[in-house]
Design a protein around this ligand. Structure first.
Ligand code: SF4
Length: 210
């Protein structure tokens, strides 16, 4: 796929999705970090239902740590893998208090050292909370990048690296959410809505439907 085509894809996506933002509810980097840890293999909607109750009661490392694992689980027990996530969140809060002055670090090394935080979570926090040009490749971005041929790759790291190289500079920050939302609502997994797709003529997916 050539440079001009890539630019046009992002111009059209940006036009079609005027507010390319996460659908997780948060108001501080710490709330975002907790929401993203909870969102692994869960829907944003399910996470929001839990955090809408949790954050008014506890939205700092100290307050969540004070709830303890059992107290925290009462708020997150509707989310998949809540036992592991709850344990990781308590350990993460402890580390933030002891090592980072209760602040979310804005660098990859310190973020990835937190329990429950992998490369993808770190990428989301760096991009969404701190405006770093990172690309958190989830299932939607992986699918859209491969189908369109924007950044084809066999694994998420390959797609992430190709996107960082291929996405036009002016779209590097919003690209993450533009691609997620396009994948979630238009280029859906089972039945992509090609007939309603704003980049239909630019997409290089051989099996795109009319
Ligand atoms: S044309 Fe179809 S396959 Fe291509 S990006 Fe649009 S929805 Fe996805």
């Amino acid at each position: 796929m050539n440079k001009q085509k890539r630019l046009e894809i992002f111009q059209r996506l940006a036009e079609a999705i005027p507010e390319p933002e996460t659908e997780l509810n948060y108001s501080t980097p710490f709330e975002l970090l907790i929401a993203v840890i909870l969102s692994a293999q869960a829907t944003d909607k399910g996470v929001n239902i839990a955090t809408d109750k949790l954050f008014p009661v506890a939205n700092t490392p100290e307050a969540i740590y004070a709830l303890g694992e059992e107290g925290l689980k009462e708020y997150i027990k509707t989310i998949g893998l809540f036992n592991t996530k709850g344990a990781n969140i308590i350990k993460t809060c402890k580390m933030l208090i002891e090592l980072h002055n209760s602040q979310v670090p804005d660098n990859r090394k310190d973020l990835e050292a937190l329990p429950g935080v992998g490369r993808k979570t770190a990428n989301v926090v760096l991009n969404t909370a701190f405006g770093h040009p990172t690309m958190a490749v989830d299932t939607h971005i992986f699918r859209v990048s491969n189908r369109t041929k924007l950044a084809p790759g066999k694994n998420v790291l390959e797609v992430e690296q190709k996107l960082l190289k291929n996405v036009p500079k002016e779209y590097i920050i919003p690209a993450h959410h533009l691609l997620i939302l396009h994948g979630r609502y238009t280029c859906t997994a089972r039945k992509p809505r090609c007939g309603a797709c704003c980049i239909y003529d630019l997409c290089e997916y051989k099996e795109k439907t009319a």
